[in-house]
Ligand binder design. Structure first.
Ligand SMILES: [Zn+2]
Length: 164
């Protein structure tokens, strides 16, 4: 009896884009890992409490549009390189000297799934206490589209539970 081999599955991929849409990046999925970077350089480069990356093998990342718009900041002191769109400023790629075969692409460039949950953290000791942690929030009266975090109701018996 002749059996047919299963056809190799076509590699899945997902395309992301910068804010202006001038640059598109395609990555194969699932990515190697997805991680949060709390380090100061990434905070500044993203203007955010932390940056979340899809960490990919270099060979699995392709700029499919707008390569001429991609500018790179070589951070020689840190042995890092950060690419961004020269039109809209969106971060596009982050290369670390310690991982020369990997490219980290901001997770937020992709609307869909990259095949890995972002559950790893780098430099978590630099976590900022102003980062939003998902507290319940409700509408702020008089400011459509703005929410305010609700004060946590702590039962009196438990208030001060975590005080020193
Ligand atoms: Zn752009």
């Amino acid at each position: 009896m002749k059996t047919s081999r299963p056809k190799p599955r076509a590699a899945a991929s997902i395309t992301g884009a910068c804010l202006c849409g001038g640059v598109e990046i395609e990555i194969d999925t699932p990515v190697f890992w997805a991680w949060h970077d709390h380090s100061e350089p990434s905070r500044r480069a993203h203007g955010a409490a932390y940056a979340t990356y899809a960490g990919c093998w270099k060979s699995k990342v392709r700029i499919t549009r707008g390569e001429d718009l991609v500018s790179t900041f070589e951070d020689t002191a840190r042995k890092q390189a950060r690419s961004f769109c020269s039109c809209c400023g969106s971060p596009l790629m982050f290369a670390r000297g310690r991982s020369p075969k990997m490219i980290n692409v901001p997770r937020a460039l992709f609307g869909g799934r990259v095949g890995r949950e972002a559950k790893y953290h780098v430099a978590i000791d630099q976590f900022q206490d102003w980062a939003y942690l998902g507290a319940r929030a409700g509408p702020l009266k008089g400011y459509p589209g703005v929410s305010i975090e609700k004060a946590r109701k702590v039962p009196p018996a438990k208030a001060g539970l975590f005080e020193p």
